[in-house]
Design a protein around this ligand. Structure first.
Ligand code: NAI
Ligand code: ENO
Length: 381
C-alpha cells in the first residue's frame, strides 16, 4: 500500500493485513459515487447495503461495490467506516439500528445527508458502541438519482462539509478526512446549524423556487401549450433542479423546516420589493437590482465540478446548414483546441440554433471564442 492510502497501512506496510472495510448504506447517486472512489483501492473492501435484495444484486453487477447485503448487521460487522447515504428522513432509524449492534471499536459512522443539525444532535445522544459519529455533506450531486447515476468523478473538486460535534475526537475526524481525500473533494468543517442556514439558502431555497416556478408555468400551459413550446434557455437553466427526486427533497425540506420558512418569507418580501419596482415603473431600481445580482454572481467561485463535466462554456449561434456542427468541431480540432463537450441546446426565434461548447481549460475557451468569432460566428458566454 503506498501514496495516498498509506495512512491506512499497517506499520509493516503489509496491505493484506490492513484491510479497511467500508460499509455504504444506500448505494444511490451519492453512496454509489463514494463507493466508486474506494472500490478497487489496495486493501479496501467496500460492502453495500440495501433493504431490497434486487438492489444488492444490481450494486454488485454494476461493479460499484465488492459485495452487498440486505443485512445491516452483516454490512456493519467489522466495518472501519460506515456511510449512511439514505434519504434524510431515514438517517435516525439507521443510527438507532447501528447503536444496537456490536460495532468495531473506534469505527467511524458518517452520513451524507443534505441537512446536518438534527442528525448530529440525534447521534450525539446515543451510545454508539465505541464508535464516533461525524456528520458529512458532499456539496455535489445532480437532479439524477440511483446507482445508475453514480460516478467516480462526482465529488471531485466539490466541497465536502464535515460537521463534527464538539466531543468528536480530533483523531477520528482526521482519519475520516484522510479517507475522503480519495474523493478528491475539498474538505471543510463547520457547525451543523450554520451548515443548515447556509445550505438552506444556497441549495434548498433554489430547489423550492425552481419547483414553484415550473408548476406555475405548467398551470398556464394547461390552457395554452405554447408556454411549453416557447420555454427557452433561461427557463431551462434555472429549473433543472426541479427534476430532482421528490422523496429525497421532501425529507430535506421537512427536516430543514424552520430555516426554510424564514428563507421563504424573506424571498416573498424580496419578490414584493421587486414587484414594487415594476409597479412604480422604477427603471433605475430594476437596473440596480440586475447590476447588484450580476456583480455578486460574477464573484461566485469557479464551478467546482468533476472531471467528466466541463468548467468553461460558451454558446455559438449557428446557421442551419448540413454539416455545420462537424465543421465547427473540425475547425477547433485543427487549431488544437480541446473540446470536451458539444451540445445543441435551444432553437431561438432569431437564430436557427445554439451550440453549447464546453472546455476543461480556460485557455481553450478563449482560443475557441477568438477563432469562431474570426470566422464570423456570434459567440456568447
Ligand atoms: N442528490 C444530490 O445531489 C445529493 C444528495 N445528498 C444526500 O444524499 C442522500 C442520498 O441521496 P441520493 O444519493 O441523491 O439519493 P438516491 O435516491 O440516489 O439514493 C438513495 C439510496 O437510499 C436508498 N433508500 C431510499 N429509500 C430508502 C428507505 N426508505 N430505506 C432505506 N434505504 C432507502 C435507495 O435505495 C438508494 O440506494 C440524501 O440524504 C441526500 O440528502 C447529498 C448531496 C447531494
Ligand atoms: O444539482 C445541483 O445543482 C444540486 O444542487 C445538487 C445537490 C443536491 C443536494 C445537495 O445536498 C447538494 C447538491
Amino acid at each position: 500500500m503506498s501514496g495516498e492510502f498509506s495512512d491506512f497501512a499497517e506499520p509493516n506496510g503489509n496491505a493484506s493485513q490492513s484491510q479497511i472495510k467500508i460499509a455504504i448504506f444506500g448505494v444511490g447517486l451519492i453512496g454509489g459515487s463514494l463507493a466508486l472512489c474506494f472500490k478497487g483501492k489496495p486493501g479496501f473492501e467496500v460492502v453495500g447495503h440495501s433493504i431490497n435484495a434486487a438492489s444488492t444484486e444490481k450494486y454488485v453487477a454494476r461493479g460499484v461495490v465488492d459485495s452487498a447485503t440486505t443485512s445491516i448487521a452483516e454490512a456493519a460487522k467489522d466495518a472501519d467506516f460506515l456511510f449512511l447515504c439514505v434519504p434524510v428522513g431515514k438517517l435516525e432509524a439507521y443510527v438507532d439500528e447501528l447503536s444496537r449492534l456490536p460495532l468495531k471499536p473506534g469505527c467511524i459512522i458518517t452520513d451524507v445527508g443534505s441537512t446536518k443539525a438534527s442528525i448530529v444532535r440525534y447521534a450525539s445522544k446515543l451510545q454508539l458502541q465505541g464508535s464516533v459519529f461525524i456528520g458529512g455533506h458532499p456539496m455535489a450531486g445532480s437532479e439524477r438519482s440511483g446507482v445508475e447515476a453514480a460516478s467516480l468523478h462526482l465529488l471531485e473538486n466539490a466541497y465536502y462539509v464535515l460537521t463534527p460535534s464538539e466531543g468528536a475526537p480530533e483523531e477520528a475526524i482526521t482519519k475520516l478526512e484522510k479517507l475522503l481525500k480519495l474523493t478528491r473533494a475539498h474538505i471543510v468543517r463547520t457547525d451543523a446549524a450554520q451548515h443548515d442556514d447556509i445550505v438552506g439558502a444556497i441549495s434548498h431555497l433554489p430547489h423550492m423556487i425552481a419547483v414553484a416556478l415550473v408548476n406555475q408555468i405548467a398551470g398556464y400551459n394547461e390552457t395554452n401549450e405554447l408556454y411549453r413550446t416557447l420555454a427557452a434557455g433561461g427557463f431551462r437553466d434555472i429549473t433543472r433542479i426541479a427534476s430532482s427526486d421528490p422523496y429525497i427533497w421532501r425529507d430535506i425540506l421537512l427536516n430543514n423546516r424552520d430555516v426554510m420558512l424564514k428563507l421563504v418569507t424573506e424571498w416573498q418580501e424580496g419578490m414584493g420589493q421587486f414587484a414594487d419596482l415594476v409597479s412604480r415603473e422604477d427603471g433605475d431600481g430594476i437596473v440596480d437590482a440586475f447590476r447588484r445580482a450580476g456583480d455578486f454572481r460574477s464573484q461566485l467561485p469557479e464551478r467546482r465540478k468533476g472531471m467528466i463535466t466541463s468548467l468553461y462554456e460558451c454558446y455559438v449561434d449557428v446557421p442551419d446548414h448540413p454539416g455545420i456542427i462537424g465543421k465547427i468541431a473540425t475547425d477547433l480540432g485543427q487549431a488544437k483546441i480541446n473540446l470536451s463537450n458539444l451540445q445543441i441546446i435551444e432553437s431561438r426565434e432569431d437564430v436557427p440554433g445554439v451550440l453549447r461548447l464546453s472546455f476543461k481549460q480556460e485557455d481553450d475557451l478563449d482560443r475557441a471564442t477568438a477563432l469562431l468569432q474570426s470566422i464570423g460566428y456570434d459567440v456568447h458566454m
